[in-house]
Design a binder for this molecule. Structure first.
Ligand SMILES: *[C@@H]1O[C@H](CO)[C@@H](O)[C@H](O)[C@H]1NC(C)=O
Ligand SMILES: *[C@@H]1O[C@H](CO)[C@@H](O)[C@H](O)[C@H]1NC(C)=O
Ligand SMILES: [Cu+2]
Length: 163
């Protein structure tokens, strides 16, 4: 029972952390994705985690969202792109930690500011608050309580602590 409760807590914590981390960012906020915007400044007050989503808003075909590596970012070169889209509404889900680089591959646009580097951290590494000891649920509760009630109590405690 205790291990089941612990597993339940783990599941809840994980799903709460995932829910908390799943942020959708409108790149450039009201400016969208266009030349003349400082995207380094845009990222400076934000933290990005695995599971978060970037939404690039721009006029279809007028720009591209081209994911490149650091070399491509530094050189404003989309030649070895990891992905490319010019639909006007590009949604990128950040699925791996590390730095992700995006440029616009229309000539001159990257040099005019259309380059974005986003540092992505692993979701849920730094949960605040304590953890429930695995034995606490089973040990301190009345043995007559049914497993279901125990599980429900554990779930409520977990929700209160972590959500
Ligand atoms: C996208 O940009 C256009 C033009 O700037 C704007 O009218 C529209 O509201 C934006 N859409 C979103 C979802 O931000
Ligand atoms: C970026 O990709 C190119 C082409 O695959 C490669 O030559 C270059 O070494 C890569 N740069 C980095 C920093 O990974
Ligand atoms: Cu562009």
């Amino acid at each position: 029972m205790a291990s089941f409760s612990a597993a339940l807590v783990g599941l809840l914590v994980a799903s709460c952390a995932a829910a908390a981390a799943a942020t959708t960012f409108d790149v450039g906020d009201g400016h969208g994705w266009q030349t003349g915007v400082d995207y380094t400044d845009w990222t400076s007050d934000k933290t990005f985690a695995v599971g978060d989503t970037l939404v690039f808003n721009y006029t279809s075909k007028a720009h591209t969202v081209t994911e490149v590596n650091k070399s491509g970012y530094d050189a404003c070169s989309g030649g070895n792109s990891l992905s490319n889209d010019d639909s006007g509404a590009t949604t990128i889900t950040l699925t791996t930690p590390g730095v992700h680089y995006f440029i616009c591959d229309i000539p001159g646009h990257c040099a005019n500011g259309m380059k974005l580097a986003v540092t992505v951290t692993v979701a849920g590494v730094s949960t605040t608050g304590g953890t429930i000891p695995a034995g606490a649920a089973g040990g301190s509760l009345v043995p007559a309580m049914s497993g279901l009630v125990t599980a429900a109590a554990v779930a409520l405690i977990a929700l209160a602590l972590f959500c």
